[in-house]
Structure formats: structure tokens, C-alpha cells
Design a protein. Structure first.
Length: 296
């Protein structure tokens, strides 16, 4: 995949095919256009003042884009991240209602897993408040959307990078490792040297790597959809089994809650005290031979 992947002019998928399985990346411009002109005041048109020539040479589109990411006029160094629009949040909630996993929603709308989970929780609260006929404070949302850039919903929105890795503390220190010149050294070997998993495994969406590999191998879309559905089914089964084990562990005994603590009482056999707590050592008792007389 190229560094700048354009995902705006993507046809809407047919059926239940995820968009990230069928799009083709288009390169985007790496920088904004800058107004041309050398000596603006010297080469200005007749009848145009020096001040007006300088104003005409300003690229107002670029300044407007910078102002969107700097909501505080006196602090131009502070840059903000775009927020998602109301329609964007509603689309995330509708995808969750359509029995799609959080990981798949994150890959389809290009939002981080944490952001998708937060949107779903907040939308649940909003829907519950609407059913209870409680007032919603939408004025704050309107003001924030006026101050900050807003990412509108599209077929395949480009909101943020979803494959970024957090900087691990183990990677802050320098490490010198002798490697033979003939031996290949990749990210997996680097992770083993630092005591970490490779980046392909630690990244939030490691399944996208397999998708790109299948694209490069020429695998058709139907096969990729089948593989993705099998992977999602395995993840759902693992999550369900983990939840059942946790519920079984929590529901094994009686729970007594107080103001500060939560006691979980389980039935125990008082006759097996030594088995539960161990047998006291006799190393410090008088009259006990401390010299070993046998070999274990």
C-alpha cells in the first residue's frame, strides 16, 4: 500500500463486501499549493497598491486550512485533530446494530478502535436519554464543530490512521546487536531482540496485512470475504468463551458488597487446611538436624 492512499472516490460496495477489501488506493497530494510569484510588489499590475498586491498573493485556501486545525488564534502551534460529524457517529452506531464487530467497523470507517467503542457507548446513552425524554445539550456540540475541523461521512472516509503503534518503553534505549551480513534481519527479529512481539502482530489491525497480501497474490474478492468472515467468527467465539469463563468465575460464590469492599465467598473444606495453606517449615526449630542426610 502506498503512503498516501486516496479513499474518497471509491464506488459503494455491493452486497456485504467490506469496503477495505475492494478499494484501490489513489495517491493524494503531499502538500498544499502555494501562491506563485517572486517580487510581488515589483511585478504588480498597474493601479494596484503594494498592500493590495501582497493581499492578492496570499493563498487563502491554505490559511483557512491552517486556521481549521488551530482553533486558538494566539496559539498557532496548537494543532487539533478533526472530530467526526453527527452523521458519521450515526453510521458507526448503525453498523454496530447490524451485528458488525468493532474491529470491522474501525477498518471500514478508518477510526481507531477506542474511538469506535466510545462512539457506540455515547450513542447508547443518547438513545436511552431520548427514550426517557431527557433534554440533550447540543449547544456544546455545535460550538465545537464551529471551532474544529469536522470529518464528514463518505463511502470510505479518511479520518485518521488506524495502524499506528504506541511507542513502547523498551524501544527508547539503544541496542547494539551483531548480525551476520548474510543473515536476513526483519521486524520479527528486531522484536525478539527487544523482547517484544513483531509490529505486524502488535498493530491494532493486523488483519489488514493479510488482506493486502491476498490482494498482491491476486486472490478474488469472494475468497477474501470468506476468509474475513471465518476470522470474525473465530474472534466472536473466543470472546464469547472468555466472557462465559469470567461469568462462571464471578458467579461461583456469594458476593457481599459493602461501601469499600466486595467480598466473594466460596464454599471451602475446612478439613484440608494443610493442603490449602501448606505445612510450616521446621528449619528454625531446636533439636532439628540441619545437616542434609539424603539427596532428593
Amino acid at each position: 500500500m502506498q503512503k498516501y492512499g486516496g479513499r474518497l472516490d471509491v464506488p459503494r460496495p455491493k452486497g456485504n463486501v467490506p469496503v477495505y477489501l475492494s478499494y484501490e488506493p489513489n495517491p493524494l497530494p503531499t502538500k498544499f499549493p502555494v501562491a506563485k510569484g517572486g517580487d510581488i510588489c515589483r511585478n504588480r499590475d498597474p493601479g494596484v497598491s503594494r498592500k493590495q498586491a501582497k493581499r492578492n498573493a496570499i493563498d487563502w485556501t491554505q490559511l483557512k486550512d491552517k486556521a481549521l486545525h488551530s482553533p486558538f488564534p494566539t496559539n498557532s502551534s496548537f494543532k487539533v485533530h478533526p472530530v467526526i460529524s453527527t452523521e458519521f457517529r450515526e453510521q458507526i452506531y448503525l453498523r454496530m446494530k447490524a451485528d458488525r464487530s468493532v474491529r470491522r467497523i474501525s477498518a471500514e470507517v478508518n477510526c481507531e478502535l477506542e474511538r469506535v467503542a466510545a462512539v457506540i457507548r455515547l450513542k447508547e446513552i443518547e438513545k436511552r436519554w431520548i427514550e426517557e425524554k431527557r433534554p440533550l445539550c447540543t449547544e456544546m456540540q455545535t460550538r465545537v464543530h464551529e471551532m474544529m475541523p469536522v470529518s464528514q461521512y463518505s463511502t470510505f472516509p479518511q479520518h485518521e490512521s488506524i495502524t499506528d503503534l504506541r511507542i513502547h518503553s523498551a524501544t527508547n534505549n539503544q541496542l547494539f546487536l551483531s548480525v551476520p551480513e548474510s543473515m536476513p534481519f526483519n521486524r520479527k527479529d528486531a522484536g525478539e531482540a527487544l523482547g517484544l512481539l513483531p509490529a505486524d502482530v502488535r498493530m491494532p489491525h493486523s488483519e489488514l496485512i493479510e488482506v493486502e497480501k491476498m490482494k498482491l497474490d491476486g486472490v478474488d474478492v469472494q475468497t477474501m470475504v470468506k476468509v474475513e468472515m471465518e476470522r470474525e467468527q473465530r474472534e466472536a467465539e473466543e470472546t464469547k468463551a472468555k466472557r462465559e469463563r469470567r461469568e462462571k468465575r464471578l458467579g461461583a460464590g456469594k458476593v457481599v458488597e459493602t461501601e469499600r469492599f466486595r467480598f466473594r465467598l466460596k464454599p471451602a473444606n475446612a478439613a484440608a487446611v494443610g493442603h490449602r495453606y501448606g505445612v510450616p517449615a521446621e528449619d528454625r526449630k531446636r533439636g532439628i538436624n540441619k545437616i542434609p542426610t539424603r539427596v532428593v
